[in-house]
Write a protein that binds this ligand. Sequence first.
Ligand code: ZN
Length: 281
Amino acid sequence: MAKRRRVRWDRVIMVFGPLLLLILILFFSCGGSEKGKKDPSEISAESPSSMEIAEQTGTTALPAETTAPADPAAVYKNELIVVIDAGHGGKDAGALNDPNNPTRLEKDDVLRLALAVKKAFEKYPNIRVIMTRETDEFIELKDRCAIANNAAADFFISIHRNSALTGDGVEIWINNDAGGDNTMDKLLATYIMELLKEVGISQDRGIKSGFRNSSSNEQSNNYYVNRNTDMPSCLIEMGFMSSEADNNNFDTHLDEYAEAIATAVVELVTDRNLFDVETIE
Ligand SMILES: [Zn+2]
């Protein structure tokens, strides 16, 4: 009797064992694919690139802190992505030439220059320019940063014009080094300043880190767009709105300034062997 029963159990295991295994495999694989499977509504909510969502709703969360890649060369791909950010726009006019009788608005000047910079990059087919705005529209600062971060841009260049009762000249602002290595930011700003000086500016006011009136070398003491972009960045103050000399320079040399900014990026990546820029003449 015992012998017959043992034989029967062997058969039971032989027949049902693989079946049980199959059921287990099916059970777990279904569970797994359920997790990975996307509901169609989920897909459409996610895929219109988080960049577009950021532009429309400003909901994209920014990374907690800005970190420069340890090895910049490691992130350069088959194209170089440069974000050109025309400051202000729409309801935000920026600085005025004359507060009592404004005939010239910062938001218009910087858009003109930004568009000219975009054009200056056109002769480099493997450099892609992304504009944070191309019309007179208001864009939140966080959205400007999200555009650059979501595109994994290689450089972020913000274009502004300065304001003060007196003063003239160009200054370029970069992050202080509290948030990490700012070597590339400094290089970017230095190349731009040198080439702008070759065109001709009323005064080189220097490469400055932090922001105007910043009290200490803390990460919070940086311009928002410098602080919240993941890539090397700088903010150019392209002369003073209140300076006749700077306004004349701006109008006379607009295309040359744009050329200088584009060339600065090209020379920087070429000199440092970071990227092979293709050129069409
Ligand atoms: Zn500004």
